[in-house]
Design a protein around this ligand. Structure first.
Ligand SMILES: Nc1ncnc2c1ncn2[C@@H]1O[C@H](COP(=O)(O)OP(=O)(O)OP(=O)(O)O)[C@@H](O)[C@H]1O
Ligand SMILES: [Mg+2]
Length: 234
């Protein structure tokens, strides 16, 4: 289903205030709007503290705005009840984080399968889907390895397999190459680009890395809680 504007994910006039104390309010978002086009790879850049993670969390249904709307695939999602919101998040959205966020005592397969189970798959189905996702990403020979037995690039590939295991409409990455060296970053970004081309899955990547932004179709900038289209974004 479409919202008529070709947007797969849309944020409209988002406001978010964090209350650190009675007289200490942080306006993290001040009316941020952003449309992610269907099938695109979009980079979000901008200085530290400009609201990038906050908007990603809200667009990814991990948090709610104080004001404004979020639309996913033509459906409004910010006002859903918790159960429905969790369902949308686990089925339709994939997440990739800077620190990989893998469970250290779980194997690669178990880490990926868990995301399948959260989305409602039976254990056996989730395991089969995890093995396929890991093979697709070139980790078929590392299925039973724990995170500590994998390189940083391999751990991030497990995280990508986990993000993709439920066939999401969109993948959101917050500094997905932040903990990787230059060569490994390049490998991971090329892999995401390939997945985008092969499957049409949209990607939104928050990044400080200009190479990642250059590999994307489009770039926006965040500044003081607003999304802007500045060319130079530091
Ligand atoms: N849970 C929180 N409680 C209070 N303030 C917060 C919280 N999360 C974020 N903030 C504040 O909101 C503003 C935006 O933070 P956000 O994490 O979105 O920035 P960012 O652009 O992702 O920065 P970075 O590039 O450093 O990751 C910052 O001023 C930050 O200190
Ligand atoms: Mg951040």
């Amino acid at each position: 289903m479409s919202d008529g504007n070709g947007g797969i994910l849309k944020a409209v006039d988002l406001h978010k205030v964090y209350e650190l104390g009675k007289d200490n309010l942080v306006h993290a978002l001040r009316g941020a709007s952003l449309t992610v086009r269907r099938g695109e790879m979009l980079a979000i850049m901008g200085p530290s503290g400009s609201g990038k993670s906050t908007i990603m969390h809200i667009m990814g249904c991990l948090d709610r705005p104080d004001r404004g709307e979020v639309w996913l695939d033509g459906h409004r999602v910010d006002n859903l009840k918790s159960g429905a919101l969790n369902q949308v998040r686990s089925r339709d959205i994939g997440f990739i984080f800077q620190g990989f966020n893998l469970i250290p005592t779980f194997t690669a397969t178990e880490n990926v399968a868990l995301a399948g189970e959260y989305a409602g798959l039976a254990r056996r189905q989730a395991k089969a889907a995890a093995v396929k996702a890991l093979r697709d990403i070139g980790l078929g020979d590392r299925l039973d390895h724990k995170p500590s037995e994998l390189s940083g690039g391999q751990q991030q590939r497990v995280a990508i397999a986990r993000a993709l295991v439920n066939g999401p409409h969109i993948v959101l990455g917050d500094e997905p190459t932040g903990d990787l060296d230059t060569a490994t970053s390049q490998e991971i970004i090329e892999m995401m680009r390939q997945i985008n081309t092969d499957t049409g899955t949209s990607f939104v990547l928050v990044t400080h890395n200009p190479d990642v932004a250059d590999a994307c179709d489009r770039k926006v900038c965040m500044r003081d809680g607003l999304v802007t289209e500045e060319e130079v974004c530091t």
